[in-house]
Design a protein around this ligand. Structure first.
Ligand code: NAD
Length: 249
């Protein structure tokens, strides 16, 4: 593994445009379960029944129960070594853009600044009618789905199935992915579109694609140049060390 990480560290030499795409696997060590897998939220709540905009509008009381559970997991989570390593890579000038599918805010908590939240943020809420935003402290403690002053339903500002990806996020992520020279995919099964298109776009642009996941994914055979199978919380700190040693530009 150390040798494979060394090979990946070498990829960072002499290049400028590096995009990182992260997913739920990043935050498992922080206590937020991934959606898939036996510990995942989706083993308890069927996503189509709970995480679609239609489900929320039709039965907000039911969906709020799941949202409260997600909120509790996110509220007490702290960044783990994988988050801190990506923040350190950015400080070293080795990350141009970090696109995260996570809604937990842990990249920013670890110090990453160039972050695109592709699926929004659990730490912010929005009225579906007037668009007014709220911090979670203002409304998340309420038991029932809260209502805005305008009477509209308030929902965490996360992208449910059936909702559009925020336009700024999609523009920034697609623009950088189509000119990047290296894409790191960390803790994502790359099954959720359109985020799953970003590695393909990078590959078509001639970038190398490196994947860090516990198990192989749809990217592993056709798209990824290197697949590092293991815990991102162990692999990324080692990668940072080896980039320090190997990259002289
Ligand atoms: P996913 O659940 O489909 O896949 C998780 C991937 O992470 C798997 O490939 C697994 O091998 C890998 N993984 C798990 N633990 C790991 C570790 N310690 N180190 C390295 N890899 C690890 O996740 P996804 O592709 O992000 O898609 C799920 C969707 O659910 C996303 O859209 C995301 O918005 C949402 N989600 C977010 C959070 C969060 O914000 N923390 C949590 C659950 C789900």
């Amino acid at each position: 593994m150390k040798e494979m990480i060394g090979k990946v560290a070498g990829f960072f030499n002499g290049i400028q445009n590096i995009v990182v795409l992260t997913g739920a696997g990043m935050s498992v060590d922080s206590g937020i379960p991934a959606f898939r897998g036996s510990q995942g939220l989706w083993s308890k709540y069927d996503p189509m029944e709970y995480a679609s905009i239609d489900a929320f509008c039709n039965n907000p009381v039911k969906v709020w129960k799941m949202l409260k559970e997600l909120d509790e997991a996110v509220a007490c989570a702290e960044p783990n070594p994988a988050h801190y390593s990506l923040a350190e890579l950015e400080r070293m000038g080795r990350v141009s853009l970090l696109v995260t599918q996570n809604i937990d805010g842990l990249h920013q908590a670890a110090g990453s600044r160039q972050v695109v939240e592709f699926h929004g943020s659990q730490r912010r809420l929005r009225c579906l009618s007037c668009g007014r935003t709220f911090s979670r402290n203002e409304v998340m403690m309420l038991e029932d789905p809260p209502r805005c002053l305008c009477g509209g339903l308030i929902k965490p500002d996360i992208v449910f199935f059936g909702e559009e990806i925020p336009e700024r996020a999609i523009k920034a992520a697609f623009a950088m992915s189509s000119i990047c020279q290296l894409m790191l995919v960390v803790g994502s099964s790359a099954q959720v579109a359109p985020a799953s298109h970003l590695p393909l776009l990078a590959k078509q642009a001639g970038a190398r694609v490196v994947e860090i996941n516990l198990e192989k994914t749809a990217l592993s055979e056709e798209i990824s140049d290197v697949v590092l199978l293991g815990d991102a919380g162990e692999i990324l700190p080692e990668l940072v060390e080896q980039i320090r040693e190997k990259c002289d530009d």
